[in-house]
Design a protein around this ligand. Structure first.
Ligand SMILES: Nc1ncnc2c1ncn2[C@@H]1O[C@H](COP(=O)(O)OP(=O)(O)OP(=O)(O)O)[C@@H](O)[C@H]1O
Ligand SMILES: [Mg+2]
Length: 476
């Protein structure tokens, strides 16, 4: 008979030990339990276990102090760390110490079993113990479930140079995450260079990125060093990459493929060594469909995707964010306080501007009401300045055209479409045609020649469609 896999579990919480014992035994593992760090160290030294699952904070010591010692005895030992201290730093630290996986508490047994099975098959290399300064010094607040996912991906990326694409609505913290990836990574001693595609005039983007030679174009009075060169050895943060002009995209793609670039007007290639982190609040997939983003560039950049949840999908984080912003923006160290029912009221709002909107709101509060306890009345009054349509609406914010169509269709049943004879397909297409035709006709001021060109429609087809629209669409 094959020897059973033996799992050593350390946790000071009796309930967790019990749950794990039951679940693990039921899944066919041998289990040994201990309730503190001393027990863990004792048992680990006997070296009989195939895998260790441990809590971080135990009454006698912190498991993070033990992991390097255990790894010295058996460098191959997979260690799964579980913690209720669900911050980015916990995830990073577990990762740095060579723990196989970090799972936030409360955890899902099925997920844990998955991880166990994976770790039995795949042993992770030992990472040398590193000095680890000022835990939680990085202002990345929030321990909600969606953020845990983000932290886990980030923690795994800390020692790599892989390209990352951060997607998320405006104000969700994309830039902050990009900075964290840089500051806790291999390249922390070199520069982090941000460049925002949406903020630079389109025709200057290439020279900003790659630099230009003196006289390369009108206005190029002096030679200019581009961001690629400034970021050499460090990280280049391509912010709002969805706004990058298509020519610059072509050039960027070539640089990423070849590892070298030419300045605008330059002739000798310059080698580049930058780590790329890109961010966008647009759906690049939609942009590709519209022809505004190169598909091949998208695959180059979307190596590791990180999707930041909008604030309304992680309202559990609101109290800690509110307190964080109150403390951070407090005049002379005198943080304001907020009443529970005021906080509850804040939770009902959808925060379409996400964390940035929340931060501005809190700044406003503590400026207007310094040294006061923020009450429900104050909040209600201040909310009258916010966009009321976002209050108490639970409607999911829609991102892509596809989302919109799906949401539209979800309001109907098949029977709703049966009347008439044109069929669902044409009925839905008509709904789409009307706004797109109107949009283009408006922007070309009714010029059908221009409009047909932009639409990519034959002019006769366009005329026919416009006639149709006028006769049979606007009835409802
Ligand atoms: N997890 C977080 N904890 C604390 N502060 C945060 C967090 N995420 C974002 N912030 C703060 O919220 C503000 C907006 O974040 P950031 O600029 O990174 O967002 P963004 O996604 O890049 O937005 P945009 O798309 O508008 O550029 C910043 O002041 C940032 O410090
Ligand atoms: Mg940003």
């Amino acid at each position: 008979m094959m020897k059973k896999t033996h799992i050593l579990v350390a946790d000071d919480d009796k309930a967790i030990r019990l749950v794990l014992e039951t679940a693990l035994k039921r899944s066919g593992f041998d289990v040994t339990l201990t309730e503190n760090a001393a027990g863990l160290w004792n048992l680990a030294q006997q070296n009989f276990a195939d895998l260790i699952i441990t809590d971080v904070v135990m009454p006698d010591a912190n498991a993070f102090e033990l992991i390097p010692k255990i790894k010295k005895i058996n460098s191959e030992m997979p260690i799964i760390v579980m913690s209720a201290q669900n911050t980015l730093m916990t995830a990073i630290k577990a990762n740095e110490l060579g723990a196989f996986e970090y799972i936030p508490k409360p955890f899902d047994i099925a997920e844990l079993l998955n991880i166990i099975n994976r770790s039995i098959n795949e042993n992770k290399k030992v990472v040398e113990e590193e000095s680890f300064e000022s835990p939680d010094s990085f202002p990345l607040i929030g321990r909600s479930k969606p953020m845990q996912e983000v932290y886990r991906v980030m923690a795994r990326l800390m020692n790599s140079d892989l390209t990352v694409l951060i997607t998320g609505e405006s104000g969700t913290g994309k830039e902050l995450i990009a900075k964290a990836l840089h500051e806790f990574g291999n390249r922390k001693d070199s520069t982090f260079v941000p460049i925002n595609m949406a903020a630079i005039p389109k025709d200057l983007i290439e020279s900003e990125l790659f630099g230009h030679e003196k006289g390369a174009f009108t206005g190029a009075i002096d030679k200019k060093i581009g961001k690629f060169q400034i970021a050499d050895g460090g990280t280049l943060f391509l912010d709002e990459i969805g706004d990058m002009p298509i020519d610059a995209q072509t050039r960027l793609l070539r640089v990423l493929q070849e590892g070298e670039f030419l300045t605008v007007g330059g002739t000798s290639p310059i080698k580049t060594n930058v780590r790329i982190i890109a961010a966008t609040n647009k759906s690049l997939v939609d942009q590709i469909t519209l022809g505004a983003f190169r598909e091949d560039l998208y695959y180059r950049i979307n190596v590791i995707p990180i999707t930041l949840p909008p604030l309304r999908e992680r309202k559990d984080d609101l109290p800690s964010l509110v307190n964080h912003f109150m403390a951070r923006n407090a005049p002379n160290d005198n943080a304001s306080r907020i009443e529970q029912d005021a906080l509850n009221y804040i939770k009902k709002y959808d925060w379409p501007g996400n964390i940035r909107e929340l931060e501005n709101f809190i700044k406003r509060l503590i400026t207007l009401y310094p040294n006061e306890i923020i009450s429900l009345d104050i909040i209600k009054n201040e909310f009258s300045f916010l966009d009321q349509k976002n209050y108490k609406t639970d409607s999911k914010q829609l991102r892509s055209l596809e989302d919109h169509v799906e949401s539209y269709l979800s309001k109907y049943s098949i029977e709703d479409f049966h009347e008439g004879d044109e069929g669902i397909y044409h009925k839905v297409l008509l709904q789409f045609e009307k706004p797109i035709l109107n949009f283009v006709m408006d922007s070309t001021k009714g010029n059908q020649i221009k409009a047909s060109k932009i639409l990519g429609l034959n002019r006769n087809t366009l005329r026919k469609k416009l006639r149709q629209l006028n006769s049979d669409l606007p009835k409802n």
